[in-house]
Design a protein around this ligand. Structure first.
Ligand SMILES: [Cu+2]
Length: 800
């Protein structure tokens, strides 16, 4: 078979049809591009909102916007940039790059990428439509209650935030599962963990952080929505709730989020800097160790956003120390980059210009971050423009500049053309100058006492500073417009090239550019660290079919490997293009619409439809046993192997879910210990009825498979339903409300277990192992849930 024949055969198998059939695309190259383009559209929208803010603040007593409009504009600026630009953009980049860097032909769950994309697009569109209709969220991007509660924001504005963001978070969670499973399971043969390209290490850590970072926010959103819709008073201090609970749950997500955004950008830097320095990354292992340290540290310092809320002194000092400490692993990476440039010969190409922009801006942001970690200083500047300046230095420095470096670096790969220089440089310097003009002296505006979110002021000195900021803001916008124009021109008129224009050593440059839908003609065999490869030779070899799985068999095949050693383990069959993800996302959208307009029967009907559609995904073909993988290797198809990607996915979902459950128990414990109005006047009396679900759950952990599991899950559901009937008036006090939340959580898990158990009984491949994993987890969490009400009664000193 010649390379051309192989190309045509593979393209017939992997390609997506033209026209409307593009809506059925699941391929990672298409999905990655879609995520990035949509994220850039939202970046433009967020930028326009920023300009509106700067216009308003350019003069004191400005008549440009009403207070209400201004509140919506600055809230949406934060929401759009954090949730609709930054996260989706790096998800898209990861989706586009990871399989190509790892030597796989696609992500592990292509339909999940597509479902995630549609959820993101619909959720984001909802928020933008709300803004155009004048009912956008207006309580700040962190939506603190009591301002966001039904009492002070009665309309649907806060609901749009809560439901829309949860919708978008679903997409982020599916991306996290995909990214982690793809890196662990879908790689070239022989790519052991210590041979991973450094970008994959970054994304592996980021995926793990997303799995435990986002559930607290999703949980918090559901609780606040339950309070707004049904009056369960989790955050109402008059009824045993506490607004501080929201702050804890929000920043449990919100602080790691900063690192979740920074690390993919840092991964880009660790990839780009060595290439343009003509050398290898200094201290690969040290950088990986620093990454792990950073991931752990970043979860232990959320309270630095809450110094002024009356936290005890001892814990303040603990969080202050850990906040300053996180600068260490960051510094390790900065030194690794500087060391790389020091040992090599840096070329000042366009991507490197943006790298220098990163160094200057990010280090400034890091320094003001260490200042803010100090409690007395933070007390002074809390909620002023100093913090606004700091966070822009960190996020623009730590995300936007590295991502622009990445854009110029990988755009030749995406479109097959090289940059045209002069305008790229002009764009960079305009952005760089404009940015510093906007934010550098905003530190001073903040130190002088101008609070964030205020829409008018009277001090003439503030007016001068704000005017300069506004001018800087518009200069920055002109810079971004130039950049956009430059990128469009590059795509239209850039110089075509053959292969590997930058002299990189990673696998993505072995594919033709723009890449075909199957990426590799054959799956590569890796014998060294995956950023030191001979790209030119390998590219020709792979196109000629010298590798694994080189003979097309009519299925979308890629290699599954051992997560640690990279030894080939199975042949993974990936799904053909399908409209199912689109329909599923539309049905999910129906659930949210039903909840938003408080038409609950509709929401329930759409939820059932969504579950039904998702179950259609599991219909698989019969496993064909052992297949020839080429190069004398025979491997089982993934459905008949004992370590399929889906089993890893369910394990990761259990981790994420357990984090949500732990956050719920943490929240209940927090209310019990520190909310006003505890213990409640009316104790929560459920009685011995919870013995049934407790025992059934205990049995479920042993009998996790087959009919027994299904019957036990049904018994758990019945027992929990009976217990829920007895909880009493959950709107009266947070105690019955938390009991209701914990029992409902267990009930939902029993319901999912019932469905998974029933599916497994149909006897498809590994569904039994997947259901059993879930049943064991549901059993354990259900037992804890059953113990919760008696524990709460004991602790609050009320009879059970
Ligand atoms: Cu923080």
């Amino acid at each position: 078979m010649t390379p051309i024949e192989r190309h045509h055969a593979l393209e017939r198998i992997w390609g997506t049809g033209p026209g409307l059939q593009r809506l059925s695309a699941v391929n990672h190259t298409i999905m990655g591009r879609r995520f990035m383009i949509a994220a850039l559209v939202f970046f433009a929208i967020g930028g326009i909102l920023a300009m509106l803010i700067r216009t308003q603040l350019a003069s004191a007593e400005s008549p440009f916007m009403e207070a209400e409009t201004y509140a919506q504009v600055f809230t949406m600026h934060g929401v759009v940039m954090m949730f609709l630009f930054a996260i989706p953009f790096f998800e898209g980049l990861a989706m586009y790059l990871l399989p190509k860097m790892l030597g796989a032909r696609d992500m592990a769950f292509p339909r999940l990428s597509a479902y995630g994309f549609w959820c993101y697009a619909f959720g984001g569109a909802t928020l933008v439509v709300a803004l155009l209709l004048g009912v956008a969220p207006n309580a700040g991007w962190f939506l603190y209650p009591p301002l966001s509660s039904a009492t002070f924001t009665p309309g649907i504005q806060s609901d749009i935030w809560l439901l829309g963001i949860t919708f978008v978070e679903i997409s982020a969670m599916s991306a996290a599962v995909e990214i982690v499973v793809t890196i662990l399971k879908l790689r070239g043969a022989g790519m052991s963990l210590d041979r991973l390209p450094i970008f994959a290490w970054y994304m592996l850590i980021v995926g793990g952080m997303m799995l435990v970072g986002f559930p607290p926010l999703i949980l918090g959103s559901l609780l606040l929505e339950a309070e707004r819709a049904f009056g369960l008073p989790f955050f109402d201090p008059l009824r045993g709730g506490d607004p501080l609970l929201w702050q804890h749950l929000f920043w449990l997500f919100g602080h790691p989020e900063v690192y979740i955004i920074f690390l993919p950008a840092a991964g880009v830097l660790s990839t780009v800097i060595p290439v343009f320095s003509g050398t290898q990354l200094a201290g690969y292992r040290v950088v990986v160790a620093a990454l792990v340290a950073m991931a752990f540290l970043s979860f232990g310092l959320w309270v630095h956003h809450m110094y002024t809320t009356g936290i005890p002194h001892l814990s303040l000092s603990f969080f202050s120390i850990s906040s300053a400490l996180v600068a260490l692993p960051t510094a390790v990476q900065v030194f690794a980059w500087l060391g790389t440039m020091g040992t090599g010969r840096p070329r000042l190409s366009i991507p490197m210009l943006h790298v220098f922009g990163f160094f200057f801006v990010f280090v400034c942001g890091g320094l003001s971050g260490v200042m803010l970690a100090m409690v007395p200083f933070d007390m002074q500047v809390h909620d002023t423009h100093f913090v606004v300046a700091h966070l822009h230095y960190v996020l623009v420095g730590g995300f936007v500049f590295p991502m622009m470096a990445g854009a110029y670096y990988w755009l030749p790969h995406i479109c097959g053309r090289m940059p045209v220089h002069q305008m790229s440089q002009a764009a960079f310097w305009t952005i760089f100058a404009g940015f510093n003009l906007t934010f550098l002296h905003m530190h001073l505006t903040g130190l002088l006492g101008m609070t964030r979110r205020s829409y008018r002021y009277s001090d003439p000195l503030w007016e001068v500073l704000n005017l300069v900021s506004s001018i800087g803001g518009f200069v920055t916008t002109i810079g971004f417009a130039l950049l956009a124009l430059d990128l469009v021109l590059l795509m239209r008129f850039g110089r075509p090239f053959r292969r590997n224009p930058w002299g990189a050593g990673t696998l993505e440059w072995t594919t033709p550019t723009p890449p075909p839908s199957y990426a590799f003609g054959a799956i590569p065999v890796i014998d060294r660290r995956a950023d030191r490869l001979e790209v030119e030779r390998m590219g020709a070899d792979l196109a000629a079919g010298r590798g694994l799985l080189a003979t097309p068999r009519g299925e979308l095949e890629t290699l599954g490997v051992d997560p640690i050693t990279g030894a080939p383990r199975q042949i993974i069959f990936l799904p053909h293009p399908t409209y199912l993800p689109l329909w599923s996302a539309l049905a999910t959208m129906g659930v949210f619409a039903g909840m938003l307009f408080k038409v609950y029967p509709l929401a329930i009907a759409f939820a059932a439809l969504t579950v039904g559609l998702l179950l259609c995904w599991t219909r698989g073909r019969k496993a064909p046993g052992v297949l020839d993988a080429g190069m004398g290797l025979s491997l089982p198809q993934h459905r008949s192997s004992d370590d399929p990607p889906s089993l890893w996915a369910i394990r990761l979902l259990v981790v994420a879910d357990a984090t949500a459950f732990a956050s719920l128990l943490f929240g209940a414990g927090f209310l019990w210990m520190s909310a006003p109005g505890w213990p409640p006047e009316d104790p929560v009396r459920i009685g011995g009825i919870l013995a049934l679900p407790f025992l059934a759950n205990a049995a479920l952990m042993v009998l996790a498979r087959g009919w027994a599991a299904v019957a036990l899950q049904a018994a758990v559901l019945a027992g929990l339903a009976a217990a829920l009937m007895r909880v009493g008036d959950a709107t009266a006090h947070a105690a019955p409300a938390t009991v209701m939340a914990v029992l409902s959580f267990a009930a939902v898990h029993a319901g999912i277990g019932l469905i998974l158990g029933a599916v497994a009984l149909r006897g498809f491949g590994r569904d039994g192992a997947i259901a059993a994993t879930w049943h064991r987890y549901a059993g354990l969490s259900g037992m804890l849930a059953a113990l919760f009400p008696p524990a709460l009664s004991l602790l609050t000193g009320a009879p059970a």
